[in-house]
Design a binder for this molecule. Structure first.
Ligand SMILES: C[S@@+](CC[C@H](N)C(=O)[O-])C[C@H]1O[C@@H](n2cnc3c(N)ncnc32)[C@H](O)[C@@H]1O
Length: 242
């Protein structure tokens, strides 16, 4: 049974570090989250179509998608707005999403069904586990990390997903020429991303040592447009595996 714990990392409070985890530090707290009736149905009826099994075996992605194609992974897709927009816009490419929040996964499956998308697959598991245990090396053309949980309090910065070991793991899953794109609306996290990803020997910054312009390929989500209305700045980064 999933533990009931605070609704958002920012709300997790000082005891967040005391939540028992299999790994000592995770980038998320497992939210119980309320599922709508439609999302419950998605989990019952659509998971067999879109879901990837939680095993420790290396996935055969060609078998999972039923074809060979260029592949993009989005880590922490939330409700799947970006991933669905990308999958709809690029029917010849495949899109893999990882998200631990079950209602968000349900939401994405409902949108994929409504749009009759056949090029999306999802894993509902810690992205670090999916990357390290399930994804083959050099299997991805792009990895997207858009607006990861910022963990704004300094004592929680260790929970931020962008850490040297995570970046090395992402880099190992990219094909040569593959891209790692990131975006955040927290300046302090943007600076951390620039430093940590910039230090990864397997990746090079496509924009000298700085931030990237907003890529046309990144769909404008409701989250970002709300931020724009509130005057939030957004920092994009784009790294390439030579
Ligand atoms: C701030 S939200 C952003 C969601 C989405 N990318 C967007 O731009 O709207 C961050 C998401 O990452 C997910 N997440 C955090 N750590 C994760 C991990 N280790 N594995 C999978 N998902 C994770 C959270 O559940 C949350 O939905």
């Amino acid at each position: 049974m999933r533990p009931t714990i605070p609704d958002s990392p920012a709300a997790a409070g000082p005891d967040a570090d005391a939540v028992p985890h299999r790994r000592s530090i995770r980038s998320f707290v497992a939210r119980a989250g309320r599922m709508t009736v439609a999302q419950e149905r998605a989990w019952r009826e659509l998971w067999p179509r879109y879901g990837l099994p939680e095993t420790d075996d290396t996935l055969d992605l060609d078998a999972a998608f039923g074809r060979a194609a260029a592949r993009t992974l989005e880590i922490g897709f939330g409700n799947g707005e970006s991933l669905v927009a990308l999958a709809k816009a690029h029917p010849d490419d495949d899109f893999l999403g990882i998200e631990v929040h079950r209602p968000g996964v349900g939401h994405l499956m409902l949108r994929a069904e409504a749009l009759e998308l056949g090029n999306i697959r999802v894993a509902c598991r810690d992205a670090v586990e999916v990357l390290s245990r399930q994804l083959p090396d050099a299997s991805l053309d792009a990895v997207l990390l858009y607006f990861p949980d910022p963990w704004p309090k300094k004592r929680h910065h260790k929970r931020r997903i962008v850490q040297p070991a995570f970046v090395a793991l992402v880099a190992s899953k990219l094909k040569p020429g593959g891209r790692f794109r990131l975006a955040t609306d927290w300046q302090n996290y943007a600076e951390q991303m620039l430093a940590v990803v910039g230090d990864c020997a397997m990746l090079e910054n496509e924009f000298d040592l700085g931030y990237a312009p907003r890529p046309d390929s990144r769909p404008l989500t409701r989250f970002e447009s709300r931020g724009q209305r509130l005057g939030h700045e957004v920092w994009d980064l784009c790294f390439r595996k030579p």
